[in-house]
Design a binder for this molecule. Structure first.
Ligand code: UDP
Ligand code: MG
Length: 318
């Protein structure tokens, strides 16, 4: 059976971009419908993320003109990740597959065909991965590389060079809706869902118009969100650090004893040093222990599903 596809496109203040890119999305839906890859009720879903310009006007106008264009508008600007999530939640039970994509033409629309092929070959999640970063500035290329490494070291598993261009089956989107956390970093969360996945490689181009909504400050915020929403490793680092400092303190105590007994000290120095070293180590370890519990509480508050059964032998076996 031909799958029904929804392309989910978050848009924020994109009045200069949308008129140029709407055609890319609708042409793709039309050509895939004509060649029989997807069903006729497939659509492009634009999410207006509280734009202050005429973005919503353009979306409405397009949806009146073209039956494969639909839109939703959010009450204010919630940020890219939330806008995307709002769009995905809207697709639940309406389609078989969703593909999320930026509206600025940077994600190569032709990768959609390959993504659908991967889906037909059994992947529930297909990541759009950038072939290279040749088009990026020196700074962006290296900061991005550093970010992916740092994130991996911090315990968040993300797909290298993958942003939010991805295909998800309806099953995955439904599962995603069971994650109720407010700070959601989709790139890190989706690999955690654990479904069969694969990657499709594409070249990312320049924006067709307008400018990025991710200047350095916002990128750093996103990186911080990525780390803190997925991992409690920063808290764990305190305890490791505490142990290291305690070890140094132990050496400090031994040193002050040796200095005391060899008579190289003024009165009161050895005892003060011992106390300072001892307390320093104890305090850091204690903060680390508290951190461990805070981390546990943090993970509990997210109320994530503890497991997800994807197949059963006694119903729909594959
Ligand atoms: N976007 C959004 N809400 C925001 C910021 C961005 O919906 O608060 C959308 C934006 O319209 C675009 C996508 O998210 O479709 C990616 O943003 P952008 O192209 O500015 O980021 P970049 O590609 O430069 O990282
Ligand atoms: Mg962009």
């Amino acid at each position: 059976m031909k799958p029904c596809l929804y392309i989910v496109v978050p848009c924020y203040n994109e009045e200069s971009v949308l008129p140029l890119t709407v055609g890319l999305f609708t042409d793709k839906i039309n050509s895939l419908t004509v060649n029989g890859t997807i069903s006729e009720d497939s659509k492009v879903l634009f999410v207006n993320d509280g734009s202050t310009d005429n973005t919503w006007g353009i979306i409405r106008e397009q949806s009146e003109k073209n039956s494969c264009v639909i839109g939703i508008s959010l009450a204010r600007n919630y940020g890219h990740q939330n806008a995307l999530l709002a769009g995905l939640s809207e697709t639940v039970d309406k389609c078989d597959i969703t593909i999320s994509m930026d509206c600025d033409g940077q994600d190569d629309i032709n990768a959609v065909d390959e993504m659908i092929k991967e889906y037909q070959n059994g992947s529930e999640i297909v990541y759009g991965v950038r072939k290279d970063r040749k088009k990026d500035s020196f700074f962006k290329r290296h900061s991005a590389q550093f970010f992916y490494r740092f994130l991996a070291w911090m315990g968040s598993k993300v797909v290298y060079n993958h942003a939010d261009y991805r295909l998800m089956s309806n099953v995955v989107v439904k599962e995603l809706m069971n994650y109720h956390e407010v700070n959601m970093y989709l790139r890190g969360l989706i690999p955690l869902l654990g479904y069969k996945s694969s990657s499709v490689y594409y070249s990312r181009t320049e924006r067709v118009a307008g400018k990025t909504h991710y200047p350095l400050g916002k990128m750093i915020n996103l990186a911080m969100d990525g780390i803190t929403s997925l991992s409690i490793k920063p808290l764990r680092i305190i305890i490791t650090f505490g142990m290291f400092i305690t070890f140094l303190c132990f050496i400090g105590v031994v040193w002050s004893f040796v200095a005391y007994f060899t008579g190289n000290t003024v009165e009161g120095w050895a005892s003060s040093t011992c106390i300072v070293c001892f307390l320093g180590g104890i305090q850091l370890i204690s903060i680390g222990v508290v951190g461990e519990y805070v981390g546990k509480i943090y993970m509990e508050t997210k109320n994530r599903p503890r497991f997800n059964i994807i197949r059963r032998t006694y119903s729909d076996p594959e």
